[in-house]
Design a protein around this ligand. Structure first.
Ligand code: PMP
Ligand code: GLU
Length: 396
């Protein structure tokens, strides 16, 4: 069968592929320790599940408006005001089937053929494929390999007449970096001056540590807000990855256009999940703080154990639940006479021989790195990092 050129261009998602492979190996009885998962391991809080059950029992099981029910859009506006200092009207909000779907709709809505989209590296796997699918051209902004931050000069150097969009993910997947306020402010000013649109993916905003502050780039000024499409969702903050609810807030024209696209693709996100997301936004915020506290303990443990491994470096992450570590000194070496030249080969060997799942840096545009998720128990972290350290001694 001949597959369309558009879809033929798309690579499978490395994050989803490795997580699925690790799960299959586990099912087959192998004791795989997975650090590949990009999802909280906690159960969805009970009050959220109860709201979904009630929705089913009350027959809330029919189509809703494409952009989501008004109560949920109002709750999102309330959240954006209270937590981000951003004022939106419900007409400036659209709820979609996960933040990935929100991003898909936003990129397809804003990006024309040959438009350039600035993408800081390392980037989350999906951005690059969505840009290509929309016919746009990803323009990579390389980071400093030690700090994993991009410099202001590097951004300026990449601006051309064709620059349409910049994607900011704050805190970042895979690096866990929280963007500096000064850089964000400069990007906001530049976007206003050059009429560049900003997609601000804030899905990890609540998962921050060490007193870091993940400010929304839209909140620097009303003009910055007009240039920005804010993407967020309930997947990470409320441990609701399977419920598939994400949302977008932005200028009405963009939101209406995304609504037209959604009208002819998915229609509304699941009615029951919308009620669950409403309960999540209204729940006791202590639930989030409890999860963040546990993530922080795991983060500190993984940092400590990775520091004991020779020849790897990483900047201490202050957000999300990932550590992106430089393993390049292990490339060019061999395991059991098998030479390892890429992070993919290293990740393959770790999975097959050491039963440890991590995502290769190449999936995020950076060769030589591995991403470890600490969204798993302290026991697994302790066991896995010790196993990793011992196994790496065999790579010579
Ligand atoms: N953005 C980033 C940076 C992510 O890591 C993820 C994780 N899947 C998403 C968006 C999408 O989240 P969702 O599960 O809501 O689609
Ligand atoms: N965002 C998560 C990750 O990066 C989940 C998997 C995915 O949707 O790509 O691992």
């Amino acid at each position: 069968m001949k597959i369309s050129q558009k879809v033929n261009l798309i690579e499978p998602s490395a994050t989803l592929t490795i997580s699925a492979r690790a799960k299959t190996m586990k099912k087959n009885g192998l004791n795989v320790l997975s650090f590949s998962a990009g999802e909280p391991d906690f159960d969805t809080p009970q009050c959220i599940k109860d709201a979904a059950k009630l929705a089913i029992d009350q027959g809330f099981t029919k189509y809703t408006p494409t952009s989501g029910i008004l109560e949920l859009k109002e709750a999102i506006c309330h959240k954006l005001k209270k937590e981000n200092g951003l004022t939106y009207h419900p007409d400036e909000v659209i709820v979609s089937c996960g933040a990935k779907h929100s991003l898909f709709n936003a990129i397809l809505t804003l990006c024309d053929t040959d438009d350039e989209v600035l993408l800081p590296v390392p980037y989350w796997v999906t951005y690059v494929e969505q840009i290509r699918l929309a016919g746009g051209k990803p323009v990579f902004i390389l980071c400093d390999p030690k700090t994993l931050r991009i410099s202001w000069e590097d951004i300026l150097n990449k601006i051309t007449d064709k620059t349409k969009l910049i994607i900011i993910n704050n805190p970042s997947n895979p690096s866990g970096i929280v963007w500096e306020l000064e850089t964000l402010k400069k990007i906001a000013d530049l976007a206003i001056e050059k009429d560049i649109l900003i997609i601000s993916d804030e899905i990890y905003e609540n998962l921050i540590y060490d007193g870091a502050q993940a400010k929304s780039i839209a909140s620097f000024s009303p003009e910055a807000q007009s240039q920005t499409i804010v993407i967020n969702g309930v997947s990470k903050t409320f441990s609701m990855t399977g419920w598939r609810i994400g949302y977008t807030a932005g200028p009405k024209a963009a939101i209406q256009a995304m609504g037209r696209l959604q009208d002819h693709s998915t229609s509304n996100p699941t009615s029951i999940s919308q009620k669950a997301a409403l309960a999540a936004l209204q729940c006791d915020q202590q639930i989030i703080q409890n999860m963040v506290k546990l993530f922080n303990q795991r983060r500190l443990l993984m940092i400590q154990l990775l520091h004991e491994i020779p020849d790897i470096t990483f900047p201490v992450p202050q957000g999300a639940f990932y550590i992106f570590a430089d393993f390049s000194s292990y490339l060019g070496r061999s395991f059991d006479h098998q030479r390892i030249d890429t992070s993919l080969q290293l990740a393959e060997i770790l999975l097959e021989k050491a039963l440890i799942a991590a995502v290769p840096g190449s999936a995020f545009g950076m060769e030589g790195y591995l991403r470890f998720s600490y969204a798993t128990s302290e026991e697994n972290i302790e066991k896995g990092m010790t196993q990793l350290k011992n196994f790496l001694l065999n790579i010579t």
